[in-house]
Design a protein around this ligand. Structure first.
Ligand SMILES: [Zn+2]
Length: 77
C-alpha cells in the first residue's frame, strides 16, 4: 500500500450523486465503483463509507477558492 492516489481533480462538471450540487468528495468503493458527493453529503456519508473501507478523497478545501457559480449556497440544509 503506497497510499498514493492519482485521480483526476474534480471539476465543476462533477456533480453530487445525492443532490446534484458541485462535487468535492470522490469516493472509491472496494469493489471499484465510484461515487461523488458535495461537501455536505461527503461529510454526512463519510463515517458510513469508512465502515465500507471506501477510499475518500476530500477536495472540499477548494470551497475556499472563488467559485464562478456558487450553487451550493442556494441549497436548503
Ligand atoms: Zn449533495
Amino acid at each position: 500500500m503506497t497510499g498514493t492516489l492519482t485521480a483526476e481533480p474534480l471539476t465543476a462538471a462533477d456533480r453530487c450523486d445525492r443532490c446534484g450540487a458541485q462535487a468535492y468528495v470522490r469516493v472509491t468503493l472496494p469493489v471499484g465503483s465510484e461515487l461523488l458527493f458535495c461537501a455536505h453529503h461527503g461529510r454526512e456519508y463519510a463515517p458510513k463509507l469508512r465502515e465500507l473501507d471506501a477510499r475518500i478523497l476530500d477536495e472540499s478545501e477548494r470551497l475556499d477558492e472563488p467559485q464562478p457559480n456558487p450553487a451550493s449556497a442556494a441549497l436548503p440544509d
